[in-house]
Write a protein that binds this ligand. Sequence first.
Ligand code: NAP
Ligand code: FE
Length: 361
Amino acid sequence: MNQLFMPTRVLMGKGCIKENASLFSEFGKKAMIVTGKTSAKKSGALTDVADALKSQAISYEVFDEVENNPNVETCFIGGQKAKDFGAEFVIAIGGGSPMDAAKAVAAYAANDMAAMDIYGTIKNKPLPLLSVPLTAGTGSEVTPYSVLTVKEIENKKSFSHPESFSKIAFLDPTYLESLPRAVLLDTTADALSHALESMLCKRTSDVSNVYAEAALRHLGKLIPNVISGKPDYEKLLFASSLAGMAIAHTGTVVVHSMGYLLTYHKNVPHGRANALLLPGFLKLCAKHVPDRLAPVLDAFGADKVDTLCELITNLVPEPVVLTEDEVNTFAKKAIGAKNVSQNLWPITEDEEASVFSALLQ
Ligand code: NAP
Ligand code: FE
């Protein structure tokens, strides 16, 4: 179905928070800031948000306990704190982990529910959310998705709500200057994965392709400079948001659901997990759906699938090794993921195992 739904106002450029401080006052007088341990401070974003809130006489509390790949329990605690404080809106500052956690905090704060009820019907709409991305990768600032770690199922699981889209996303490239190189590489791979998966799934539409193809065109030019150590943060943030807008329309496919297992069981960062699996997935696409792959390669500016796969491999700084047992266990589990049905051909457990097999020693 062709539908365009992108309710997030996206403000871009250096100083965009300070320049638009008055916008915060549209959402109330009390804000809960949701962030990780260090990045909001290191990047300077927390100071800019705090200054903007003070300039509007908005009081705030900071919940800075969000870990990488946030646990559902952590978000629940954040939600209770937001409720106790009487927060009227939530501000996410961080990479995908704090941005996803903030979506859950906003939902818990507006409802009386147990932690796992977030995967059922959410009765009251979540508090309004504003987001400040500190990585260029997840696109979470423009998606309604929140991916949380659930120990009971030994995996990650997402929820979404139409009101979980950020009301405003502030894209300031200066905040990315403090990114460690490994996080930069991992997150760039995530943005690339979003654009590729969005173009290679059943829900691909003319609308989603507008965003995905634009993201790929930018990433094709930007990635060589990321690898050589000369990243253009402003364009990367833009490309990552475009890729986020693409998956907001289509969702992701098996690369993401397979990658969650590498993250949960092998502690592989999210974007890196995608980068490890993409070459195997793209080669299956070349076999099963060559007509769908052609426009992808064209948008990225690659002459053949091997060129794209080689570049993706260059984004992975360290090897990850799996045993045969792990390959088979992960393939068995991943074939049960809900987004498998969105794959362009009926992918089999053996094919998923073949993708994981690239990580055998
Ligand atoms: P992240 O987990 O948010 O952050 C990784 C690390 O980088 C953290 O230690 C963080 O520090 C640090 N960091 C982040 N930005 C920094 C900066 N500007 N300067 C210095 N350090 C910085 O990484 P991510 O890859 O952006 O997010 C991954 C999460 O997003 C996963 O849970 C994934 O499932 C999710 N995701 C969501 C969507 C969606 O649509 N919602 C899509 C894809 C992925 P702190 O600990 O201080 O924060
Ligand atoms: Fe992702």
